[in-house]
Design a protein around this ligand. Sequence first.
Ligand code: BV8
Length: 235
Amino acid sequence: MRHPKSILILTGAGISAESGVDTFRDKDGIWSKYDYRDVATPEGFARNPKLVYDFYNMRRRGVAKVKPNAAHDALARLEREFSGEVLIVTQNIDNLHERAGSRNLIHMHGELESALCKVCECRSYWADDMEQGSACPACGTVGYLRPDIVWFGEMPYQMDRIHHALANCDLFLSIGTSGNVYPAAGFVDYARAHDVHTVELNLEPSEGHSVFNDAIHGKATKIVPEYVDRILMGL
Ligand code: BV8
């Protein structure tokens, strides 16, 4: 793909792996330690809210101790130096893209550092532990605050904006995702249906690797900066 004008980049847990953030489905990944039905569904939260608060408190504390890696930095550099549009749609709930300097960013599965109140439906910045007795910063109600995270069975955020961007970009990159979770895993099909050039950059072939026009396999901190250099040099 030479001289793209608009790039949409989907990222998953693999882009944060080399920062020290656990992925989900790799060996010793999050889903090998927790059952997603207990910690990443509305039913699990209703059944045992403390377990879910503690699960996200542990992950929020973990992210606070790590920093963006060369792959996050390369995508921020692409947004700064590329003449066209760059939009990152991340499945990740960590804040490493922002801390690397990316601005045009959608967290389609929500964010660790955001709290959602079930009474006033306001979202508030939240960097500390959350618990049953936490009060909503916006309306003050106690006992109705949840992690602002999209759980299984819930609709991911900003899907209309994402679909519009997918249909109107000319290069779609998928970085560090196993292609297991929908609707994100279906973005490559949607892009292809709109004649968008699609490239997978991942440690190993993902579930949907055969759908991509092109694939580059390796560690994100190596292959992402190299690919960004090629785009910026017009190669
Ligand atoms: C919904 C919460 C409907 C936050 C997550 C078909 C269509 C639509 C839905 C479905 C469907 N089929 C099934 C469904 C239901 C379900 C689903 O997809 N289930 C799967 C398991 C079959 N989808 C949903 O429920 C979604 N909601 O569809 O709602 C609806 C409709 C109308 C009205 C209301 C509702 C919601 C999905 C979001 C769920 N929330 N997480 C959290 O706790 O983090 S999903 C979870 O998986 C994370 O968000 C994560 O981001 C996501 C994807 O995982 P990956 O990021 O890909 O991570 P993974 O470990 O799997 O892979 C890492 C990759 O990196 C690997 O390939 C590895 O090789 C690579 N890697 C590792 N190291 C490196 C590397 N690459 C490069 N360098 C390295 N160093």
